[in-house]
Design a protein around this ligand. Structure first.
Ligand code: GTP
Ligand code: MG
Length: 410
């Protein structure tokens, strides 16, 4: 998993070459809330609706609780596969205790110890077996897919409607896609753009703090099937933590990003407002500090057409391929200018470097010390790569592998 500096409730995992997104629905503390059962029910329902597979985590130390039974009751009614993960099963005795959970009437209890890691591999085996085949989506033929993501109410639908009103509409509400998103296919200057609008959660709920969490799940799904992501922000509020989290999702998925400062019409502004905001945003969103920013208004249509140029540019940047010979001499030069610090008195050397692929630009560097390249040095290399090659709006991946002088694996 990649990490970025915000607390998170989701992560991209992979097992046996299959990728999946894990979402932690967050535990409820029964002692602080009233109406416990209805809260559990509500939270579980949203989670079930969004997920493909449900991991129902139980605590062998507590044994079967009324809350477990409440959740199991709901789970029995879904058609989605459920794995009961009996956690804290350290030692043979505890595994036996896990058997108690068969009393919930489901037949897939797997004892694990998240602490020791035992049993986790079995759960992952089971999980990837149950994963649905890649969604066969009847997507309309497009040239570029743009996922419009953002916190609830940031104006995503208004913007897509505006685009739909101004450009030649090819298809709207493309059928066959998930119910969580609405696809719109428009043509602009001869190119077909599929806009994926992620629906906000409209559910009225007492678990408001969890709403954004589920919008996050929808954003994750949209990011899976897009080429470039347009993250809409509320201009008046500026960049908030949830925005950083959403951008982090795009970084995780290796997607290019365009930032839209939406509702610009509501801003009190002078000639310097935009530049100041952009500067602040780039500091906070340092891992996407190179992404294009457009101030716009989906409501009035102001600067909306700039989106097309920006997403095209970001996609093109992310698709660039650097010839290996050129990249090698570039790395050689970068290392010569700024040597990596010694590791236990020994030099870190790079033998050979090549680009593995685009979207996101991914590079492989062979070195004598693959595990010991410091973060600062990785950042230095990334900065140099950006200075030289751009890749604006796109994450960059650097991988290090043990290699020898002759370029072969060591
Ligand atoms: N002033 C102004 N209001 C806007 C703009 N864009 C959207 N709005 C308003 O913001 C509110 C939310 O707009 P939506 O387009 O529904 O937002 P959304 O992001 O699709 O919301 P969810 O789907 O619930 O996540 C509506 O009242 C819009 O009229 C804008 O550019 N300027
Ligand atoms: Mg909407």
């Amino acid at each position: 998993m990649t990490t970025y500096p915000v607390d998170r409730i989701y992560g991209v995992g992979s097992w046996r070459h299959k990728e999946f997104t894990l979402v932690d629905t967050g535990g409820l503390d029964p002692t602080v809330e009233n109406g416990l059962f209805s809260l559990i029910r509500e939270q579980a329902l949203i989670a079930i609706e969004e997920a493909d597979i449900i991991l129902f985590v139980l605590d062998t130390r507590d044994g079967l609780t009324p809350a477990d039974e409440e959740v199991a009751d709901i789970l029995r009614r879904t058609k989605k596969p459920v794995i009961m993960v009996a956690n804290k099963a350290e030692g043979a005795g505890r595994e036996l205790e896990a058997a108690e959970f068969y009393g919930l009437g489901m037949d897939n209890v797997m004892p694990v110890s998240a602490l020791h890691g035992t049993g986790v591999g079995d759960v992952l085996d089971e999980l990837v077996d149950l994963l649905p085949e890649d969604d066969v989506v009847h997507e309309a033929p497009y040239d570029l897919r743009v996922a419009v993501i953002g916190r609830p109410n940031t104006g995503k639908s208004t913007l897509v409607n505006r685009i739909l009103g101004e450009e030649r509409l090819l298809v709207s509400d493309v059928p066959g896609t998930t119910q969580d998103s609405v696809d719109t296919l428009v043509e602009h200057e001869g190119r077909r753009y599929l806009f994926v609008d992620t629906a906000g959660v409209r559910r009225r709920s007492r678990i408001d703090q969890n709403l954004e969490r589920y919008s996050v799940m929808r954003a994750i799904k949209a990011l899976e099937r897009c080429d470039v992501c347009l993250l809409l922000l509320e201009s008046v509020e500026g960049l908030v933590e949830q925005d950083i989290r959403l951008a982090g999702l795009a970084e995780d998925r290796g997607r290019g990003l365009v930032l839209g400062l939406n509702k610009w019409d509501l801003m009190e502004k002078d000639g310097r407002t935009f530049d100041q905001m952009v500067k602040e945003m780039r500091e906070k969103l340092f891992f996407f500090s190179h992404a294009p920013v457009i101030s716009l208004s989906g409501l009035t249509g102001q600067r909306v057409e700039r989106i097309f140029g920006a997403v095209e540019e970001v996609y093109e940047e992310g698709g660039k391929k650097i010839p290996t010979s050129q990249f090698n001499s570039f790395i050689e030069d970068a290392v010569e200018r700024h040597q990596p610090p010694l590791v236990r008195g020994r030099r870190v050397r790079f033998f050979y470097a090549t680009q593995l692929g685009p979207h996101p630009p991914t590079f492989l560097l062979f070195t004598n010390r693959p595990g010991e390249i410091r973060d600062n040095y990785v950042k230095y290399l990334e900065r140099r790569i950006r200075e030289e090659y751009g890749f604006g709006g796109n994450p960059i991946r650097l991988k290090f592998r043990r290699g020898r002088e002759d370029g072969r694996r060591g």
